[in-house]
Design a protein around this ligand. Structure first.
Ligand SMILES: [Zn+2]
Length: 342
């Protein structure tokens, strides 16, 4: 073996944590391997969480590795969220980790937004992480644009993530040119990103030569212009005309209660046909304002696919006793989307 080949081989062994093999090779080939170099490698193994390799190597190199240094590293692994390294190392040096310490580490990881490490810690002690820790973790993840981790945390507690946090996450993603999670975050929040944001995202993608993502961003920006131009049209329709054109099994929503006089028996229904259904919160808000300003309707609900052609149906009611338009509609067995008063 030439010196060059021997040096490369020894380096390869050291990098892989095989110190004994490196030392043997050095002895046979007479390529020197200094104590300093070996010490440095052991340090590297410890930093990487490879305590078994560090201990094995220190024995082969006859380098003393004191217990207090090893204990220091177990704590360091815990701080860094290297849960498995910490547990393995603690067993190796005969200092098992108390359950409480792992739980604290799990909590700290979650609070810092390190979902995987936090979950690992709780899994090791066979406990479920508390809901508030998962929510806090998700919040950090969303702020840092880590959509999938944030969603995973909420999935574990079976809840929907808050819309504003999703939007924060989406904005972060767009700012760093991550169009796909950005769009997903906005879609989950039922919001529409501004076309400026989408275009800026596209520019970032272009700078990084990710042309597919850039195209996706610009197409999404273009779409916003198109949908904005098509406002929802609202037309009032009588019950008779409505009955003629609608499925026979359709029923008007009920029960209804007047918010002003609490009458719940004498109601006059009002119906409106929408040229299309609102697709996001902004459109819902615009529809809400339009219903109030043009038709004086304070409370209504929208049935999304009653005609089967994309049009929507608004149901609202007027109190026959006091004339109030402020009538609350509600029914459990009826599919509709209620637009809450804002
Ligand atoms: Zn009334």
């Amino acid at each position: 073996m030439t010196d060059e080949k021997a040096i490369a081989y020894i380096k390869k062994c050291l990098d892989a944590g095989k110190m004994r093999e490196a030392i043997d090779a050095s002895r046979i080939t007479k390529v020197p391997l200094s104590k300093e170099e070996l010490k440095f490698c052991i340090q590297k193994y410890l930093d990487a969480g490879w305590m078994p390799k560090a201990i094995e190597g220190s024995k082969a190199a006859c380098i003393d590795l004191p217990q207090d240094v090893l204990i220091k590293y177990v704590n360091k692994y815990l701080e860094e969220g290297k849960i498995y390294s910490a547990v393995d190392a603690s067993k190796l040096i005969g200092m098992p980790l108390p359950k409480e310490k792992i739980a604290i580490t799990g909590k700290e990881c979650l609070l810092k937004g390190k979902l995987t490490s936090g979950l690992e810690a709780y899994k090791l002690i066979k406990e479920s992480p508390p809901e508030e820790e998962l929510i806090a973790c998700a919040s950090v993840c969303f702020k840092e644009g880590k959509l999938s981790h944030g969603l995973e945390a909420y999935k574990l507690i079976n809840k929907a993530p808050p819309e504003d946090e999703l939007v924060t996450c989406g904005n972060f993603c767009f700012n760093i040119g991550q169009i796909t999670p950005g769009l997903e975050a906005y879609a989950l929040a039922k919001r529409t990103p501004t076309k400026e944001l989408l275009r800026a995202c596209g520019e970032t993608c272009l700078l990084e030569k990710r042309t597919d993502d850039a195209r996706k961003s610009f197409v999404a920006a273009q779409k916003i212009d198109e949908t904005k131009n098509k406002d929802i049209e609202v037309r009032e329709i009588s019950f008779n005309d409505l009955s003629a054109g609608i499925n026979k099994s359709w029923k008007s929503p009920g029960p209804k209660v007047c918010s002003d006089c609490h009458n719940d028996t004498e109601m006059k229904d009002r119906f409106f046909i929408l040229s299309r259904c609102p697709e996001n919160v902004d459109e819902e808000e615009r529809l809400d304002t339009l219903m109030k300003k043009q038709h004086g309707v304070m409370q209504f609900c929208v049935e999304m696919d009653v005609f089967g052609d994309g049009r929507g149906l608004i149901c609202s009611a007027v109190c026959a006793k006091c004339g109030s338009q402020n009538v609350v509609l509600g029914a459990d067995d009826w599919t509709y989307m209620e637009i809450k008063r804002r």
